[in-house]
Design a protein around this ligand. Structure first.
Ligand SMILES: CC(=O)SCCNC(=O)CCNC(=O)[C@H](O)C(C)(C)COP(=O)(O)OP(=O)(O)OC[C@H]1O[C@@H](n2cnc3c(N)ncnc32)[C@H](O)[C@@H]1OP(=O)(O)O
Ligand SMILES: CC(C)C(=O)C(=O)O
Length: 646
């Protein structure tokens, strides 16, 4: 048995935080909507060093095998996070974030036009920016970072375009981004002159950023902590001064300690608190502190601890909006944002479909629809996700991956047999449940296997759900024939045809679309009625006496030559037909039979499925006709011919 009780290794307590344990109060499970009072109650419980837990020991055999795996990569170059970044000391028993759940949407901020745009091979021009802006507004974003006006004439001009075209709706807040340089701050204020800002809280935000992490301070900016604080304060004061000018709209302020996630916790706190005080944060004019994971460097739980630390310790907490801005270098941007929300974040900056520097900003589509899938109103409209995706692809000139959560072309598609089977049964069950509850399907509770949300909610159709290749099974193939051609294949025929379809998909190594399946189906089960050796050139049937049916037919050879009429007697028309066939030496027995009407524009076509046994082997045939009897007769002949042709 693996030993799970071995004592955890404990990282050295960061110098800047106390390591005196404080008995924590057992946390309850507050929702994020009740975050502030709860956070305040725990504000003093942060004191134990970070615990790094070893993974469980492997069974001896597996450990030996694992140790043999070669690696030529120099992994030793990379220090683990707790050896290169000072982390907040957290008493594991006092952490709040693991006990919470998110039950309301945060304030969403799209940074597509700034952080997303700065990462593009071809940054957007004004028409593309405007298209993106209009999309964001239409989707319901209430806060949009519209650019970095001091970066380029294009960025400046776009902000002016929004002002001059009166393009900003009264309930939308615009954010403009600036570094801590007086000349660039002045240019930023020039760009927003005349920007509509009235209403409750000022609706223009000027966003100041400066990197605070040690490597950036030393290598990029050449500043120590004191110099950096002075630089940020000087910029913040300049912003406050410019905001007083009559040309300035009524603004709020935002600060981002760039690379917050690699910054010493006490320094991040010091610089944020200093600016809250300088800008006189108050509930009517809160300051936004935006804490970016500029480059992801750790597991999301570490980011959550960092955010919870700030949530507990920020001064003027009720006058601060705590915002996060995760990137996706480790592929965990969404997880970081979600845990940050649990940890006290109230606002999330990100981009649609995760565009952004390197591996992208956090993806707002996934975040919002993850909430939706938990029954939480995401406050953003994704009811036509394909339009959103196509517009974003057009503006960014970057394709969205087909497997992108919720919005990718293949996000709701199943190729594999057991998934198709489950989805097809699940959809039928869902429809029946909705009918039983007398509610539209779109309102009935959703519980369809393999589909986290109803694709119809985001404007996707069920038609694309199931697609067939060599991994598919009978359920999926039958589903496609049903969806596109109205066939209700009996169970035995499903299995029979899926072998045929799989062989073809395997041979060609590609997907089979519904039309191809239908053509294969016709060729195997319907067409043999016209492809000898037995061809009925004309036939009739009648009930000669109660319970005694007669079937009379002229048989033709496949060469067209008509033979003498033949006659068979049986207890039904099909029994009489098999008796007729027996008369010419074809001993066919009907093993399975089903039929149904097809609702095709009032033509009332019938389809019959018949399995016969002949010479010790079974074979399916299918017939379609406006007469149910003709359909059945054709199905028998098709099955017989199929069997005789081998
Ligand atoms: C994480 C982020 O996304 S941050 C945003 C990044 N976005 C962009 O950079 C896009 C727009 N940027 C630009 O157009 C230009 O970089 C400008 C206009 C802002 C500045 O341009 P330039 O003056 O030519 O400088 P350059 O591009 O080389 O930037 C580096 C300089 O800015 C300094 N700097 C970097 N960040 C900041 C900051 N937040 N505040 C003040 N100065 C900063 C660097 O220390 C360096 O200064 P140095 O030249 O004295 O060594
Ligand atoms: C400075 C901020 C908000 C940023 O874009 C980042 O850190 O990625």
């Amino acid at each position: 048995m693996p030993d799970h009780s071995s004592s955890p290794s404990v990282a050295a307590a960061p110098a800047a935080v106390s390591s005196t344990p404080t008995a924590p109060t057992a946390p309850t499970a507050p929702s994020t909507s009740a975050a502030f009072p709860a956070a305040a109650a725990f504000a003093d419980a942060v004191s134990f060093p970070t615990v790094v837990r070893p993974r469980g020991a492997l069974p001896a055999g597996a450990a030996a095998w694992n140790a043999q795996r070669p690696s030529s990569m120099p992994h030793q170059r990379y220090l683990p996070i707790h050896e290169r970044v000072e982390l907040p000391a957290v008493d594991p028993s006092s952490r709040i974030w693991p006990t919470r759940r998110v039950d309301t949407a945060p304030l969403w901020v799209s940074v597509d036009l700034r952080d997303g745009n700065q990462a593009l091979r071809e940054p957007m021009d004004t028409p593309r920016k405007r298209m993106m802006f209009d999309l964001l507004v239409a989707m319901g974003f209430k806060e949009i970072e519209v650019g970095y006006p001091s970066a380029s004439q294009t960025d400046f001009d776009f902000v002016r375009h929004l002002v001059e075209d009166d393009a900003v709706p009264p309930d939308v807040t615009t954010v403009v981004f600036t570094p801590a340089r007086r000349d660039l701050i002045e240019r930023t204020f020039e760009a927003i002159a005349g920007m509509p800002a009235a209403g409750g809280m000022p609706r223009v935000v000027v966003h100041l950023y400066v990197a605070t992490a040690p490597v950036w301070r030393q290598v990029v900016l050449g500043h120590d902590r004191a110099d950096l604080l002075a630089l940020a304060r000087d910029a913040a004061e300049h912003m406050a001064r410019l905001a007083e000018s009559p040309r300035s709209p009524d603004v709020r302020f935002q600060f981002s300690p760039e690379v917050f996630n690699a910054t010493e916790p006490d320094f991040a706190l010091e610089i944020c608190n200093s600016l809250s005080e300088l800008w006189d944060a108050c509930p009517q004019r809160p300051v936004i502190h935006n804490l970016p994971a500029t480059v992801e460097i750790s597991t999301p739980n570490v980011y959550a601890d960092q955010i919870e630390y700030m949530d507990r310790h920020l001064a003027r907490r009720e006058s601060v909006i705590l915002s996060v801005h995760p990137h996706n270098d480790r592929g965990t941007g969404v997880a970081c944002a979600e845990l940050a929300l649990l940890a006290g974040a109230q606002r999330v900056e990100g981009c649609l479909f995760g565009n952004g520097e390197r591996t992208g900003n956090v993806d707002l589509v996934t975040l919002a629809l993850n909430l939706y899938s938990q029954g939480v109103n995401p406050m953003i409209d994704f009811s036509d996700i394909d339009v959103v995706r196509e517009t974003v692809e057009h503006c960014n000139r970057v394709p969205v991956h087909p497997r992108h959560p919720y919005g990718g072309e293949l996000a709701y598609t199943a190729f594999s047999g057991t998934h198709q089977d489950a989805i097809s049964k699940g959809l039928a069950h869902h429809a029946a449940l909705a009918a039983a509850q007398s509610v539209p399907e779109g309102r009935a509770p959703w519980a369809v296997p393999y589909l986290p949300i109803d694709p119809a909610d985001v404007g996707r159709s069920y038609e694309a759900l199931i697609r067939v290749n060599s991994q598919s099974g009978k359920g999926g193939i039958a589903h496609l024939l049903n969806l596109h051609y109205g066939l209700e294949l009996p169970r035995g025929l499903r299995a029979d045809f899926s072998r045929v379809a799989q062989e073809a998909a395997d041979r060609d190594g590609r997907e089979l679309v519904a039309k191809e399946l239908w053509e294969m189906f016709q060729a195997r089960y319907l067409a043999p009625v016209h492809r000898g050796p037995i061809l009925l050139s004309s036939w009739r049937t009648a009930e000669a006496a109660p319970g005694e049916h007669e079937f009379v037919a002229e048989l033709a050879t496949s060469g067209g030559e008509v033979r003498t009429p033949r006659r068979g007697i049986g207890n039904g028309p099909l029994a009489a037909l098999t008796a007729l066939l027996a008369g010419i030496g074809v001993e066919a027995e009907i093993v399975a039979f089903s039929e149904h009407a097809m609702d095709r524009g009032g033509t009332s076509l019938a389809t019959a499925y018949i399995e016969i046994g002949l010479n010790g082997t079974e074979r399916w045939g299918v017939g379609q006709d406006t007469s149910a009897l003709t359909a059945s007769v054709n199905a028998v002949i098709a099955a017989v011919n199929g069997r005789l042709a081998g």
